[in-house]
Write a protein that binds this ligand. Structure first.
Ligand SMILES: [Zn+2]
Ligand SMILES: [Zn+2]
Length: 263
């Protein structure tokens, strides 16, 4: 049912910000709806409120993909699992699958060490999947699949590519510095959602700028580029102009609750 010409990935930005508290930008999270699956990429503080604003209940989420363990990407993971127990855990009708990079099982075991039963669901309802360290993995259900590749930020950092059978592909960078793996993963993607945490004139190691993100989008042949993960220093800068130094395709600047259909 998702293999026809109307195949689409519906993308909603839940958080376009960072660890810095902001009234307009929640921390990192992107929702992708594919068929009946609601996939969440990162779950920084404020994600659950934005999810409600986007019209999706926490018990409707099918997968959460964690790009790396920094709190601005994971801070609401424990509260999300806890929220699935209210009013009673029986309301969750299908598993909530969690996926992350190397060390993710240990990360979850440590969270459980702190929260115990508060973040345990019924048997089989909370599968934890850890990506292989070198080459990623894929998961196929309902005509979509997800691939991962390691990127340059933390040892566990991965980027994700969501592809529909004979349909569009969307790539989410997580946090990274310039990464040949990300270029490979984003090859001819219909949309590359890429962090550009710092403006061109003030880069930091382990993060991208608009022109670096544009360079990777150009090298990958990505059809469309969305920049996100903006520190406050980005707010009064012409980020599109900086991106234009390296990328000629359509550029979007993420805002919380911005949504688009990728076909
Ligand atoms: Zn980070
Ligand atoms: Zn980050």
């Amino acid at each position: 049912m998702t293999t026809n010409s109307t195949a689409a990935i519906h993308v909603t930005v839940l958080g376009s910000g960072t660890c810095v508290p902001s009234l307009t930008r929640s921390a990192c999270a992107v929702l992708m709806t594919v068929g009946t699956s609601h996939l969440l990429f990162d779950i920084g503080p404020g994600s659950m409120r934005r999810l409600l604003e986007a019209g999706v209940h926490v018990q409707d989420l099918s997968h959460v993909f964690i790009s790396h363990f920094h709190p601005d990407h994971t801070g609401e993971l424990a509260p999300l699992i806890f929220a699935n127990k209210y009013p009673d855990a029986e309301r969750r009708r299908r598993p909530l699958t969690l996926m992350g990079g190397p060390g993710f099982r240990d990360f979850m075991a440590r969270l459980e060490g702190v929260y115990g039963d508060w973040i345990r669901l019924a048997d089989g309802m909370l599968p934890v999947v850890e990506a292989a360290p070198a080459d990623g993995f894929s998961h196929t259900a309902e005509g979509w699949s997800v691939e991962t590749m390691p990127v340059h930020h933390n040892p566990e950092s991965v980027a994700f590519r969501v592809s529909m059978d004979q349909g569009p592909a969307v790539v989410y960078s997580g946090d990274t510095d310039y990464s040949e793996n990300l270029v490979a993963l984003a090859r001819e993607a219909d949309l590359l959602i890429c962090e550009a945490a710092r403006p061109d004139e003030d880069p930091v190691r382990g993060h991208l700028t608009p022109s670096l993100a544009g360079r990777m989008a150009a090298e990958a042949g990505a059809r469309q580029l969305m920049l996100t993960h903006f520190y406050p220093d980005c707010e009064n800068v012409d980020l599109v102009a900086q991106c234009r130094r390296t990328y000629a395709g359509p550029v979007l600047l993420a805002r919380d609750l911005m949504s688009l259909e990728v076909t």
